[in-house]
Design a protein around this ligand. Sequence first.
Ligand code: 5AD
Ligand code: SF4
Length: 439
Amino acid sequence: MESPKFLYLQTFGCQMNVSDSEKIASLLAGVGYELTEESAAADLIILNTCTVRAKAEERVYRQLENLRPLKRKKPALLFGVGGCVAQQEGERLLEKIPYLDLVFGTHNLHRIPQIVLAAEEGRRLAEVDFIDNETRMGLFPVDDRSGGVTRFVTVMQGCDNYCSYCIVPYVRGREISRRSADIVAEIRLMAANGVKEVTLLGQNVNSYGLNDPGQPDFAGLLRMVAAIDGIERIRFTTSHPKDITRPLIDCFAELPKLCAHIHLPAQAGSSAVLARMNRGYTRPEYMEKVADLRSVRPDIAITSDIIVGFPGETEEDFTETLSLVEETGYSDIFSFLYSQRPGTAAADFDGDLPYDMKVERLDRLMAIQKKITRRYSEALVGTVQEVLVEGASKRTGQVFGRTTYNRIVNFDGDISLVGRLVDVEIIEGYQNSQLGRLV
Ligand code: 5AD
Ligand code: SF4
């Protein structure tokens, strides 16, 4: 029997990459690779990369340099780069990095076994061609692991929105929605294996089905998933505010399984900046969606992504971002310094801000949100929340799970509770989690 080969797989960036990495691991298991946690034990190292901001891209090059000595010790070790940096750079990566053996793009995951087998025979390959929708349809990452309490399910990929700062449409390609029948079949199987919660995943899930008259829209898909026995909770991410429709809002009123949380990236608070970002909504339109959501689910937790220092952002524009954050009362946000990405429309915009000014604004934003999050977390103290228990906490004797609002709660309990929905009284509210007591 052949001895096993070991794969060290490192994932950068978003949940879509995490989901792609699962697919990579399962495809490579088919040609004899077992996952290892130790880079030194690896026969093949793959970095699944992100290029949404320059920093993410730089981390990939740094990590390759960090890992390089392993190859001196073990010359047969193979290095591969996949994902969004691979898609962006293609063949150039092989030229730039002489010790790199293989490169595969975001549409070429299914080819990874062949690419690796070729690399084992000494060929250096870069496959980054986009493929047609018909072929892509059959290639959605299928989650074939069993067990677990909560799972991500890819429902669409790509993005057609072309926000002016964003590289995603260039490295992930056009939007494509997976067939609803395939999605439902996959979730049924998960439910049969004990999964209790699914998060429907896509760059812009709200435009699910819009390009395909044979498919339901996203609200229709949510209703189909809600009808699956055994699934107790449904979440989705990421939403685009411009595509929040009335039928989708109604789902929050009518589907008890749909959790009371939505990630609704605003990106900025000034309508002028939003227009230059090509977001397709104004500040008042965004606030109206928030109000509509709250009118059907008053307690809904809303989270956001905010970009600080977009080209031409004035102090007044930035103040509008701060006031939008306060008015909305987000339970939490991800905030980013604007990063110029090659090939995007904003890369040609005038008015790049000095780095120090961007950092100073980011600090002000983070300080304000910190207070809001803390207040939000503390306000729930004394309430009883339903928690889906996911696993053991770092602290012994405790388990953790999430409330419907997507906040982590730790409480005394043993792991026999994993997979159960239990009532927990919130006794302390912290920045990133809450402490509870089983009732
Ligand atoms: N600079 C900074 N942040 C960006 N994002 C996307 N592109 C950029 C960029 N060029 C942020 C957006 C998006 C999140 C995933 O990353 O806020 O919602
Ligand atoms: Fe990027 Fe905008 Fe598409 Fe989100 S919606 S992936 S920010 S282009």
